[in-house]
Ligand binder design. Sequence first.
Ligand code: ARG
Ligand code: ZN
Length: 453
Amino acid sequence: MLRSARHLALLLALLTGGSHATSLPDPLYPGLGQPGLDVLHYDLALTVPRPGTPWLQVTTTATLRAEQALDTVQLDYSGPDILTVQVDGATVPYTRQAAPPKLVIHHALRPGTEARVTVTAAGTVTGIQDATLPLRLGWQSVPATSTQPGANFAFNEPDGARSFVPVNDHPADPATFTTHLTVPVGVSAVASGTRLDDRTQGATHTVTYDLTVPVPTYALAIHVGTLDEVRRPAIHTPGQTISWTDYFPTSTPADLRAPYARTGDILRTLSDWFGPYPFTSYGSVVVTPALPALETATLSTMPVRSSRERVITHELAHQWFGNAVPLGAWSDTWLNEGFATYAELLWAQAKSQDPQPLLDAWRARLTGGTRPLIATSPAHLFDDSAYARGALALHALRTQVGDAAFRAFLHTYTRTRQGHPTRTADLLDLARTQLGLRAADTLTRWVTQPDLP
Ligand code: ARG
Ligand code: ZN
């Protein structure tokens, strides 16, 4: 019985998992990503000679597959000057296009064929204006001050990766990453995944990281700076051992480092609710600019002001919701933000706190107005409805079906959707098949009703 249920779930995942080609062009960002292009792996080699300045050199090799006939390969890119473009080792012509910003590689691909595209570029990165916040997305430069050496890092969600690397910049095309970072000796460099090696040549060293679970381009972590590496005890969950390291700018005071010590307990709590943690390592990197926190894969990017258990929990939850289970379209960000926000309540309850204040706070965030959960403009992507209404929708579902069924539902969702671009309809389908029509109706009301149910 159990075996055949698993079988059915697997079959369902295969049927609905679908190819990401069907979800592009994106309803809100029609310029992002090339329909029919599937990047399997990115090998990135970044050289940062003067940390804290926006100058870099980057060589990107994308291993890609054409899912349909492609006349040209079109990568999203608005970064520094391109020096060379090669396909499978041979130089090919290219053009740059301004709107939407693309690197057009004049090389045709037959359906089902693979190619390795290598692009070398160097120069100053300017970044991309965020749709709602007064911040620039992409490669960040934190100039040195009298008390702190310079730093750089990636802050890419939603479409900042293309500010410094040519990518198929859409979450519906997650990929694995190998990242080589060359920086001056004495400067730390960390990225998503596992550190493979660290080699010194003269005044620089090159650190290589490998991430073997596919994630969206915006979720790649890259950090360069003067960082204290704090190695923590491995985290043990049933059947898993997860290595854990946090990184702090040397100036970070002890009280801001303290909340990160709870990460292991939080991860155990969340994996109990969500299912196995999708990667083999985790940690946080603290950064000094006043940005939002970002759930970069295996290594969350945590501004100093976000150094609180609630935000640590939120970004950790995104490792399942957003990183392992990628969005199929930008209009579905509530699938990321609603689950990550709901995790804050799960952690509060695990500490025997009353969840009511959180529920009240979420409702309060929506008194000024709310919207159906599927976003219809880029301004909706990270608004209160995505976070607070999304979380309340999940709470309504849990209250109706009970904790055991809710937990089983979350486990099935993360297991069957991992690596598959996922849309709200996929969640509703699973609610219907696993929890029944009444539960699916409840969720549908939260998704579609203009007012708060
Ligand atoms: N996903 C991030 C978080 O809630 C928020 C990113 C906000 N990005 C932006 N461009 N406004 O954890
Ligand atoms: Zn979030």
